[in-house]
Ligand binder design. Structure first.
Ligand SMILES: O=C([O-])CC(=O)C(=O)O
Ligand SMILES: [Mg+2]
Length: 204
């Protein structure tokens, strides 16, 4: 798990062969946030946040709360108070396929939050949902215990049984990228050389 603390989502995505990334609409509220951890899942009816609080209550320290809010945008599923509770409980982050509110204050917290955006309208408390069940969030199937990695580029899910293989491939990818940068970065001559080789290898 700790391997993922320092891995950018792009390298993890490459390690997964380009699969399992959430819809582009789900982004961090603050560009410098990076999150990793095991998924604790919530299946919440649109705009209803009873199960969001139930989920964070039952999650384990270091988990990332993954909320299938059905992509609904009319009501917030959390605000600064609820997100503050998640921070107090020691979660690593919150990913919501829906919207939240009080985002100016949430940006001041230390808990990375990923969402489709914000609304002014409060959450509803009329319907319960389910926790710790398979969900589909941002178009990706997430099972409890899968690994979540998120940063400014988006959120990617690593199935639990692929964790060590994907981490290894992601690290290899980073090394390759660093070598490419060292070999070809920083001068017009090297940039031309790289592109000439690239075109020779890729154009028909
Ligand atoms: O009722 C809500 O949407 C939640 C809220 O404002 C908060 O957590 O601060
Ligand atoms: Mg509030």
């Amino acid at each position: 798990m700790e391997e993922f603390a320092n891995l950018p989502t792009t390298a993890v995505s490459d390690g997964l062969g380009g699969k399992n990334h959430m819809d582009v609409g789900i982004k961090p509220l603050s560009a410098h946030w990076h999150v990793y951890g095991r998924a604790f899942t919530v299946d919440a009816p649109a705009g209803e946040n009873i199960s969001v609080l139930e989920g964070m209550y039952n999650a384990t320290l270091g988990d990332v709360l993954i909320v299938d809010g059905k992509g609904a945008t009319a009501n917030a599923l959390a605000g600064d108070f609820v997100i503050g509770l998640a921070q107090s409980l020691g979660l690593h982050g919150v990913v919501i396929d829906g919207v939240i509110r009080d985002i100016a204050d949430i940006r001041e917290l230390d808990l990375p939050v990923f969402t489709r955006g914000s609304t002014t309208a409060a959450s509803k408390k009329t319907q319960e949902g389910n926790i710790n069940v398979p969900v589909t969030v941002g178009g990706v199937e997430v099972h409890p215990g899968d690994i979540v990695v998120g940063d400014v580029d988006g959120v990617v899910i690593v199935p639990a049984d692929q964790a060590s293989e994907v981490a290894e491939k992601a690290k290899e990818r980073i090394e390759k990228d660093e070598k490419r940068e060292a070999d070809y970065g920083g001068s017009p001559e090297k940039a031309r050389e790289y592109i000439e080789n690239f075109l020779q290898n890729n154009k028909k």
